[in-house]
Design a protein around this ligand. Structure first.
Ligand SMILES: *[C@@H]1O[C@H](CO)[C@@H](O)[C@H](O)[C@H]1NC(C)=O
Ligand SMILES: *[C@@H]1O[C@H](CO)[C@@H](O)[C@H](O)[C@H]1NC(C)=O
Ligand SMILES: *[C@@H]1O[C@H](CO)[C@@H](O)[C@H](O)[C@H]1NC(C)=O
Ligand SMILES: *[C@@H]1O[C@H](CO)[C@@H](O)[C@H](O)[C@H]1NC(C)=O
Length: 420
């Protein structure tokens, strides 16, 4: 008797958690976006978020699916369902990983590890996700809701940070995390990502404002966004900027404008945004041209020995440091519409030891991990401490630029409970 009451109240409270009615006020509340904590793993430079107590997923900006290891006994999804149709279409890497489905028609998907390049086949399941509702300033109350995820074998976790049980894809596909949050909680198909350099960063799924503690208080950072068009590569579903050039300290690198363009028919080229590349990687011809421009601009700064994976390193005391990082080292990614996605010194130079600052850009290897090799992959170090807002409906990315200007960083979200 006591036991069944316990279960009923558990189910009831789960229903209440997922509904927009709160017990406290007993009044209707508009659906609220959800907040998750984001941390950077020091050993892999990958960003993870928590989805349930103790489980972390690696954030993959252009990834199509949520996937994780599953219990042996897990719910399955029928083959003949919309979810299954969508899941099968996300097999963009022509994954042919084995593992017969048997005669039972349980839907399979093809989870892909964007770091190791491996893929596998696993059941599509339904799993609960836990997060907090937010007003953009504080967490307000817990929310639980189900999401569809693909199960993956333990072997697919290779190259992920310790403790990570899978990957959360943030693409605009129907089974990505932002799309599923939008469908489940009836919020906008939009998310804000503030990747931390250290400490605890934040992501908000579902739209709304975003606030960070700062001195002086700059208010809602979402009022301070510059917007860029983003395009989707039809071949791999990933997000690209339409760039025509790249410059260091306003000196253009000698690259023909068309050499940065995305070829939509083959999926090659283009300037891709990635949260799984630790540093921006450039195709050798683009990399060489950028280094040449850097060498001219920093010709008066004494060099230091290379520090793998970085080729160009400088004497830190000679270069100096301003409020937004080392001077003379801003990088403009010049876009077709005449605007620039500008990276300031703190996003372009990495301190490798007390005396040494290195240009945080690397040359792509001769055999890139991806079939549709981009001309440039803008990586996590270049995106961190910058509030980015992806509107998957409109195909735009908002950016505040480096937050140091506003005397704050991505690790300044106020995680103390607010009042709903
Ligand atoms: C996948 O295979 C199909 C048919 O063999 C081919 O047309 C398509 O280009 C392949 N896609 C990728 C991303 O390799
Ligand atoms: C919700 O926020 C509270 C307060 O910061 C925190 O203790 C809790 O872990 C959060 N829950 C989730 C699921 O993130
Ligand atoms: C995005 O592209 C559209 C049409 O291609 C253009 O009208 C608009 O001005 C662009 N927006 C930005 C922010 O560049
Ligand atoms: C964009 O960057 C280039 C290269 O640094 C510069 O020449 C140009 O003036 C910038 N444009 C804007 C609108 O800031």
């Amino acid at each position: 008797m006591a036991k069944s009451r316990c279960c009923c109240s558990l189910i009831l409270s789960l229903i209440l958690l997922a509904s927009p009615w709160t017990l406290a006020s007993d009044t209707y509340q508009a659906p609220k976006p959800i907040l998750v904590r984001v941390i950077k793993d020091a050993s892999t430079s990958l960003y993870t978020m928590s989805v349930k107590t103790g489980s972390r997923l690696v954030l993959d900006l252009g990834g199509p699916l949520l996937w994780s290891t599953c219990l042996a006994a897990h719910a399955t999804v029928p083959c003949r369902s919309d979810v299954c149709t969508a899941a099968v279409q996300e097999n963009r890497w022509n994954c042919t990983a084995g593992g017969g489905g048997g005669g039972l028609c349980a839907c399979s998907a093809y989870p892909y590890n964007p770091i190791s390049g491996q893929c596998a086949r696993g059941d599509v399941t339904t799993t609960p996700m836990l997060a907090n509702a937010t007003d953009g300033v504080n967490p307000l109350y817990p929310v639980a809701f189900p999401v569809h995820a693909a199960c993956a074998p333990d072997s697919l976790l290779g190259s992920l940070p310790p403790g990570a049980v899978g990957v959360a894809g943030l693409s605009d596909g129907p089974l990505s995390l932002p799309s599923q949050v939008a469908a489940s909680l009836k919020v906008e198909r939009k998310f804000a990502l503030c990747l931390p350099g250290g400490g605890i960063g934040a992501a908000i799924f579902g739209g709304g404002p975003f606030h960070l503690l700062s001195v002086p208080d700059f208010g809602m950072l979402t009022d301070r966004l510059g917007y860029f068009n983003i395009t989707k590569n039809p071949k791999n579903g990933r997000l690209y900027l339409d760039a025509v050039g790249i410059a260091v300290n306003r000196r253009g690198a000698d690259v023909p404008p068309d050499s940065l363009a995305l070829d939509a028919s083959t999926g090659r080229g283009g300037v891709m945004l990635s949260t799984v590349a630790p540093y921006t990687a450039l195709r050798p011809d683009v990399y060489r041209a950028l280094i040449q421009a850097l060498d001219v601009e920093l010709r008066l700064i004494p060099r230091m020995p290379s520090s793998w994976p970085f080729e160009r390193c400088f004497d830190a005391s000679a270069l100096g440091w301003t409020r937004v990082g080392p001077p003379l080292s801003n990088v403009d990614v010049m876009l077709r519409d005449g605007s620039n996605f500008t990276l300031l010194g703190a996003n372009t130079m990495v301190q490798v030891d007390e005396e040494t600052l290195c240009f945080a850009f690397v040359e792509m290897g001769p055999t890139p991990a991806m079939d549709e090799s981009p001309a440039v992959i803008i990586g996590g170090f270049q995106l961190q401490d910058n509030l980015l807002v992806f509107d998957l409906e409109k195909g735009t990315m908002g950016s505040t630029g480096l937050l140091y200007w506003m005397r704050t960083t991505c690790s300044n979200f106020n995680f103390a409970w607010g009042t709903p």
